[in-house]
Design a protein around this ligand. Structure first.
Ligand code: FES
Ligand code: FE
Length: 451
């Protein structure tokens, strides 16, 4: 942790202080929210303990007894498929003294035994074993001591979401129009999507919001940060065109198109088997939204991002252009530390050659070894480091791109407020508006729209 990551309270923690720091409608976001330890602590409760969070995909735990360990914010959880084939989520801490009952990434088991005193839980959370129960306790109400479960778990297109807030809105209400876009990504075929391999994991010295902010809609950085992609001809070339879509409730999508008439792959270069199924699954409007695109990316508030991208060349004459669908989590670990989780998905219908080409394209570009991730993470880490000081942290970041020039495209066929320009920070402004609402109950962009 860097010198001031624990926070020195410059920002104050009250709602008024936060509202003066986060002014998305003016395009100003105070840097304190990326470095202040007290704000970070409050986020864990106000944002992560009350939002719907993605924890795993059902294809990662396809059989009864399968499990993976994940985090909700910084709370460790176990995601299991139980004997009755339901997907359950448990806080990964023993009801006796809080030891983690499972300390590996994944596996298959009928029960979890705590390594401290040996309490044993079935994989549906029930406490079934207590060493020396009669001598130690006489009797014990074991039903009361099952592993703790969140009040809400929902599966949508294989994506397992959790919400720890008993009063949370339903997932459908929370996602609103974002469900339309998630269907394009994860519900595009009858067979559904599957995760390829295990997620890549790394830790970066950066604030988690910098990744979510970028994936929300930062088309503006591409030509500079990822200049190599243009130099190598990985994109279709020509002008950047596209839409930035403020889907509502802090959820965002950006879709970048190929220039009109460019000799480039349609429908993300998906294989015929997938396209055939997609005809029956997606609406014409949904298929139209991805017909002529290079990339679709976005963020489900707060920290679940995705990118589906096709490059005009893989650089390999043996390999035709293919696309990859990458999902990721920006998991907070400290104000200046983020765990990056990154999955690739392919449709179940994909032929083997396409799945392998998709994986290789991802690994070369957006995986841990990929050029895009290295470009981005170096920058986000630098921003986090450079803004720890008492002078820098009192400044603001500027989010004025598009404020005076972006116009809503009324012809956009999907949900949300779609702007027909590629350079626009409306999505980031919407993200921070929702963030402020989660932290304090006020949403400046929504209030401005109502006035
Ligand atoms: Fe788990 Fe004691 S902490 S059995
Ligand atoms: Fe980038």
């Amino acid at each position: 942790m860097t010198k001031s990551a624990a926070g020195n309270g410059h920002a104050g923690n009250g709602n008024a202080a936060l509202a003066s720091l986060v002014r998305p409608q003016e395009g100003e976001i105070g840097r304190e929210i990326f470095v202040d330890g007290q704000i970070y602590e409050r986020e864990l409760d106000a944002v992560f303990a009350s939002s719907w969070l993605f924890v795993a995909h059902t294809s990662e735990i396809p059989s009864p007894g399968d499990y993976v360990t994940r985090d909700c914010g910084v709370d460790p959880v176990i995601v299991t498929q139980t004997e009755d084939q339901t997907f359950r989520v448990f806080l990964n801490t023993c009801r006796h003294r809080g030891m983690q009952v499972c300390r590996v990434d994944r596996g298959n088991t009928s029960h979890f035994r705590c390594p401290y005193h040996g309490w044993t839980y079935r994989n549906d959370g029930k406490l079934i074993g207590v060493p020396s129960l009669r001598q130690a306790y006489g009797t014990l109400d074991r039903d009361r001591l099952a592993l703790t479960e969140p009040p809400h778990v929902r599966v949508l297109h294989g994506l397992i979401f959790v919400n720890w807030d008993p009063d949370a809105p339903s997932l459908e209400e929370y996602l609103g129009g974002m469900a339309w876009y998630l269907e394009i990504l994860f519900g595009r075929t009858e067979g559904g999507m599957k995760a390829v391999g295990t997620p890549q994991r790394s830790r970066a010295r950066m604030n988690w919001k910098l990744g979510a902010d970028n994936f929300s809609g930062d088309g503006y950085h591409v030509a500079m940060t990822h200049r190599h992609a243009f130099d190598l001809g990985l994109f279709g070339g020509g002008t950047m065109l596209g839409h930035t879509i403020d889907v509502g409730n802090g959820h965002t999508v950006r879709i970048q198109n190929f220039p009109e008439g460019a000799p480039v792959p349609k429908h993300l270069a998906l294989p015929p088997e997938v396209l055939e199924s997609m005809e029956r699954t997606l609406s014409p409007e949904q298929r139209g939204a991805i017909e002529n695109i290079t990339v679709m990316h976005g963020n489900v508030f707060p920290n679940f991002s995705f990118v589906d991208a096709v490059f005009t060349t893989t650089g390999d004459p043996e390999m035709p252009p293919v696309s990859f669908l990458n999902a990721r989590l920006w998991q907070p670990a400290a104000a200046d530390l983020t765990d990056l989780w990154s999955w690739i998905f392919v449709a179940e219908e994909s032929p083997d050659w396409w799945e392998e080409a998709s994986r290789v394209t991802f690994v070369r570009s957006h995986g841990l070894s990929g050029t895009f991730d290295q470009d981005d993470v170096e920058i986000w880490s630098n921003i986090t480091e450079a803004n720890q000081g008492p002078i820098a942290r009192r400044q603001t970041f500027n989010y004025e791109v598009g404020v005076r020039v972006a116009e809503v495209d009324e012809a956009w066929p999907g949900p949300g407020r779609a702007y027909g320009v590629d350079y626009n920070e409306a999505n980031q402004r919407a993200f921070y508006s929702k963030w402020l609402e989660s932290m304090s109950g006020a949403n400046p962009i929504r209030e401005e729209a109502r006035a």
